[in-house]
Write a protein that binds this ligand. Structure first.
Ligand code: MG
Length: 373
């Protein structure tokens, strides 16, 4: 990549890896990070983890794996337009959900409650833990030994109480400094991806209807355009076309608005990015429309009774697993018993967070069902 902007992250201004390694041959430092992420066990498990719909609900819904691929694809297109480091955006995007528990947000909330007395559970911090510690595949180090900038991008947020133990990655939160534009961008790509695929999956599942969606301005505006251009389309294709053009609008708006912000800030290098306010963002109009869409999804999809029922089962499963392991540590697989002796309840959280949806369901049956299923 020779045409990077002066404010982009490059191998030249990178803060490097915790354990120094020779520069890779034939690929960039951030391509190496991406490759390590793709080859990790946690990445493969994303296929059987979900956000809104539990994995066995249907084969057509997004999983965290396809979600991560969509985030990377959206992020890379925008990065190229803004002359940011595409490889870094890709690496952050593919890694951003590695620390998620089974059963999406419901699982994360349940595990956080279980861990309340033991430091809590944050999925961002857990994603970092996966790449820093939990992956065990290299001879020279635990984790994946990723570049500072990839780790910085993975750690979007962190609770105040946890900043201290983060070393140089925690610094920027204390100093209120922004992460790289690549990290900011990966975050927005995540938002573009999930809002749109939740609309798509929500409609496909029948939990929300096209009529309901027409009350949401950004959707009805794009649906109207599609109907005008293609009045005879089937509903399924109509939805695809609408979602496709919504993503296009969001991507274009993000590029235009961020370009203006970056030009106004007059950045002379990466240091200026850290000191500036957030520069990647939507225009005010799109921002309000996105908020409206999010509120709609929250009220009508995430709180739909069928989703609430799934969430309730998820909470029940996580709580009972946690309680069982806490009460009798010898129920844990041997390697986690060893880890429990060293790290206490964090080892139980690591074990549960690493589970896929179906593994957690099976583990629950193995612990609590009398008959073998
Ligand atoms: Mg995500």
């Amino acid at each position: 990549m020779t045409d990077l902007a002066i404010y982009a992250v490059s191998a030249n201004n990178s803060r490097g890896r915790v354990i120094p390694e020779a520069a890779p041959a034939g690929r960039s430092e951030f391509q190496r990070d991406r490759d390590r992420i793709i080859h990790s066990s946690a990445f493969r498990r994303l296929e059987y983890k979900t956000q809104v719909f539990v994995n066995h609900e249907g084969d057509l819904f997004r999983t965290r794996l396809t979600h991560s691929l969509e985030v990377a694809q959206i992020g890379r297109s925008i990065a190229r337009n803004l002359r940011l480091n595409e490889d870094l955006v890709e690496a952050i995007s593919l890694a951003h959900d590695l620390g998620h528990t089974p059963f999406g947000h419901a699982g994360q909330d349940a595990l956080n409650d279980c861990m309340k007395e033991h430091g809590g559970f944050e999925h961002n911090l857990q994603s970092l833990r996966v790449v820093d510690v939990l992956e065990e595949r290299y001879a020279a180090f635990d984790g994946l030994n990723l570049c500072h900038e990839t780790r910085e991008g993975i750690l979007k947020h962190v609770a105040k109480k946890n900043i201290a133990r983060l070393g140089d990655l925690g610094e920027r939160f204390l100093q209120h400094r922004r992460p790289s534009l690549e990290a900011q961008l990966a975050n927005f790509s995540d938002e573009i991806a999930y809002n749109n695929h939740d609309v798509d999956d929500g409609l496909r599942s029948g939990l929300i209807t096209l009529e309901q969606m027409e009350s949401v301005s950004i959707f009805s505006r794009h649906l109207g355009q599609v109907r005008n251009q293609h009045p005879k389309l089937t509903q399924r294709r109509m939805v695809y076309e609408t979602v496709r053009s919504m993503i296009n609008t969001l991507v274009t708006d993000l590029i235009q608005h961020s370009t203006t912000n970056i030009q106004r800030a007059g950045l002379d290098g990466l240091a200026a990015v850290h000191a500036a306010p957030p520069l990647i963002g939507f225009s005010q109009e799109i921002k309000s429309e996105q908020q409206e869409l999010k509120k709609f999804l929250y009220d009508n999809l995430y709180r739909h009774y069928r989703v609430v029922r799934m969430n309730n089962k998820a909470r029940h499963t996580i709580e009972h697993l946690f309680q069982a392991f806490t009460t009798e540590v010898r129920l844990l697989p041997t390697e986690y018993q060893h880890k429990f002796r060293q790290e206490g309840h964090q080892a139980i959280a690591d074990y549960i967070a690493g589970m896929t949806d179906r593994y957690a369901i099976k583990e629950y049956q193995r612990l609590f069902a009398i008959a073998e299923s």
